[in-house]
Design a protein around this ligand. Structure first.
Ligand SMILES: [Zn+2]
Length: 742
């Protein structure tokens, strides 16, 4: 791609910066040793300062150290879109004031531009290869890891969290150590898509205020996550009008105003004076730079550079800013240090406590950042991107590797890789060493990556703009496709997603087919196309795509269930059953496959097997009333077919206790009695069915027939009239009515 290799002559020779290559190599060696020591290879704290590190916070707080902690993470917030980071076209007075009275880090970076992995790094102090959360949606943080909340809880703190997007739902494991974890995000009634919701900053702040009011007498830790600057950009008025040219900025300005409210409330509650506030973000936003609209694909500074502000009343260095490189994994140990809670010799994740460099006049701890995005690897089967960054240099490992002199080329437009191959090789070596060090600690080895295969999770994440596709079993780092060669494909996929969301299925399919022509192995596209063709009832085409996905990922629960359901639609029940059986054998704790097996057994009149399957599904659904009700209902259906009427009624009642409006039950019973010509028993069931589902023309029609058969001509006439109001072209109903009127 042109923009990565052009204009090499604009770069300044490395010799102007470093007197000799040898000096630079020594510097690299030193920084590498530092990072390896701090990345977990050594159990002691940073050597130059020894155990005194625990006392250093006293120098920062000549009077009292802050007692409470408020961690604010504003999702998708680029540092350079805040007033305090030099942006002149945005109003962020409240965050600016935090910085003016606190410490601002000019060069703070996240190791990963994805919400869940990045927050996992903030809360554990670990890099993604160590905590093993490599993407949103499918990974769960292992209990084995120690989180900031767990440490503070151990130290007697009350701990609370308010998160504003489903991607941080407690099911993904970040709730470890929190007494209170508010992730119950109510759908927005004004939003057409019921899945497309997030919690707006005003609402999140109000929940945070309630929690603070209730806990102000205690030592507390509150984590507040705000999601507004994340796509889609839709700030409320007056921000929508004031920032019509950049709605992204409008979202940030709105978030800032909400924080202003929160800080005011903290003053009122008299907790502001003893609270340490740490404000940061999980990642930035591409905003079109490097041709990336949002975030997650690339690891340029546009999405890795984040704000980091530390503020507390009584802080000695208030108003200072530091320009050494820090990482969001350093927040954990530094925060504990500032509160005087870091134990000498104890390590907190893979970051370091940066306090010594704030007060000892050591201008630069020479930290290195390891960074990655496995997003396109896990979702599309392309190459992963991994990188290493110092304050001066940034190296990105990719099929076409990149080297930038970040200090002189902050926009990363001038790839020096071809000119500086030896230097690039040095960085490549460092990257390998760091990766090895990151993953070699004991805690890291013991923690297992967990996956959460769940249809609901996928739907909700897609509604927030995250793609969730089955992951490929890729092992090596060098897949042939370089994400930066796939800009057009990424844009096409985005467009296809938009069309899909708008319900324009044929157009979405065309878009995805077009992309598939240049990337035939893209499992995400096959998966999407399978879904679209299934919706379009083109089951043969749907199966073609789903089968390719299954070849790639043989143990993918959802795909097995989906393929089974497509065979069901085609009436090939035994093929469907085979897929559901395989799903059940692979995931014996998941109820859905057993439920589906039961349905197939009913359809093939194997009722005793159906009973067994539904009982198993029921046993696995004990925590979910919705699923329980459905399985009770299916057991009722089964017993009805086994002619065990009392048992059927018993299970139907259990279902109705949980879901009183379950019209399918009345329909089943109505059909049963009608088939047995027991019309006086059928009629009350039909009556309940049409009361619950007044638009069901067929139910009105059959009810009319039943009335007629027991001689209730007037009632029969009414039912048939209602049926024809809904479905005027139902000829049978019209004929019956004509006969009645004769
Ligand atoms: Zn995010």
């Amino acid at each position: 791609m042109d923009s990565f290799s052009q204009d090499l002559c604009a770069g300044i020779s490395i010799k102007n910066i470093y007197p000799s290559n040898l000096f630079f190599r020594l510097l690299l060696l030193f920084t590498a040793i530092m990072i390896i020591l701090s990345a977990g290879g050594c159990s002691r704290n940073i050597p130059p300062f020894g155990d005194d590190i625990s006392k250093l916070a006293d120098e920062l707080f000549p009077e009292n150290k802050p007692q409470n902690l408020l961690l604010i993470t504003i999702d998708t917030l680029r540092a350079d879109h805040l007033g305090c980071y030099g942006n002149k076209s945005i109003q962020t007075p409240n965050i600016d004031a935090l910085a003016e009275q606190g410490i601002l880090f000019q060069q703070a970076f996240t190791p990963v531009p994805l919400t869940l992995p990045s927050h996992a790094s903030i809360l554990t102090g670990l890099y993604p290869p160590a905590h093993k959360i490599r993407d949103n949606g499918y990974f769960i943080l292992d209990d084995h890891h120690q989180t900031l909340a767990e440490i503070l809880k151990e130290k007697g703190y009350v701990t609370g969290a308010v998160v504003a997007a489903y991607v941080l739902n407690s099911r993904f494991g970040l709730d470890q150590g929190f007494d209170f974890y508010e992730d119950d995000i109510v759908p927005d009634p004004n939003c057409e898509d019921p899945f497309r919701y997030e919690r707006r900053a005003d609402r999140a702040v109000s929940l945070a205020e309630d929690w603070l009011s209730n806990n102000r007498e205690e030592k507390f830790f509150l984590w507040l996550h705000l999601f507004d600057p994340h796509e889609s950009y839709d700030p409320p008025e007056p921000y929508k009008s004031a920032y019509a040219q950049s709605l992204y900025d409008g979202e940030i300005a709105f978030t800032d105003a909400c924080l202003g409210q929160l800080f005011k409330k903290m003053e009122e509650l008299k907790i502001r004076e003893n609270t340490l506030i740490v404000l940061t973000s999980d990642h930035g936003e591409g905003l079109g730079e490097h041709e990336e609209k949002a975030h997650s694909i690339f690891i340029y500074d546009t999405t890795l550079h984040v704000p980091l502000i530390i503020n507390a009343p009584g802080l000695k260095l208030a108003g200072k800013s530091f320009d050494f490189l820090v990482r969001t994994i350093d927040i954990f140990p530094t925060t504990l240090g500032l509160m005087g809670l870091a134990q000498p010799g104890e390590k907190y994740g893979q970051g370091i406590n940066v306090i010594p460099w704030l007060i000892k006049d050591k201008s630069n701890p020479d930290l290195l950042l390891y960074c990655e995005s496995l997003y396109t690897q896990l979702n599309f089967g392309w190459s992963p991107l991994k990188g290493i960054r110092s304050r001066e240099w940034k190296y990105i490992k990719a099929p076409a590797a990149e080297l930038y002199q970040a200090s002189l080329d902050p926009k990363e437009t001038n790839n020096l890789y071809a000119d500086k191959t030896r230097l690039a090789q040095d960085w490549e070596d460092q990257l390998q060493k760091i990766e090895k060090a990151i993953t070699s600690t004991e805690t890291t080895k013991e923690a297992k990556p967990k996956r959460a295969p769940d249809l609901e999770v996928r739907k909700r994440l897609e509604s927030l703009g995250y793609l969730c596709a089955p992951r490929k079993n890729t092992s090596g780092d060098t897949a042939p496709i370089d994400p930066k060669d796939m800009i057009q494909a990424i844009q096409d996929i985005d467009r296809g997603q938009d069309l899909y969301a708008q319900g324009k299925l044929e157009l979405a399919a065309q878009q995805f087919e077009k992309t598939l022509a240049v990337d035939s192995g893209n499992i995400f596209l096959h998966y999407q196309l399978g879904g679209i063709y299934k919706k379009l009832e083109n089951y043969a085409k749907a199966l073609d795509h789903y089968r390719i996905v299954l070849q790639e990922q043989e143990d993918y629960l959802e795909i097995l269930n989906i393929i089974g359901s497509v065979y069901d639609r085609l009436g090939k029940y035994d093929l469907a059953l085979n897929h559901f059986k395989r799903a059940a054998s692979l995931y014996p704790d998941q109820p859905r496959a057993y439920h589906n097996m039961g349905i197939m057994y009913i359809k093939t009149s194997r009722f005793n097997r159906a009973e067994k399957s539904f009982l198993r599904a029921l046993a696995l659904s004990q925590n979910n009333d919705q699923k329980k009700a459905i399985n009770y209902k299916c057991l009722g259906d089964t017993y009805l077919r086994l002619e065990e009427l009392p048992k059927a009624r018993q299970f139907y009642q259990l279902a109705l206790n949980l879901r009183p409006g379950m019209v399918e039950i009345y329909l089943e019973l109505a059909r049963y009695y009608t088939a047995k010509r027991q019309y006086p028993l059928a009629i009350p069931q039909w009556e309940k069915a049409v009361a619950l589902s007044p638009q069901d023309a067929q139910a009105h029609f059959t009810l009319g027939q039943c009335y007629l058969l027991i001689g209730e001509r007037e009632k029969a006439r009414k039912s048939l009239q209602q049926c024809l109001q809904i479905k005027p072209d139902l000829i049978q109903a019209r004929r019956f009515l004509e006969k009645l009127n004769q």
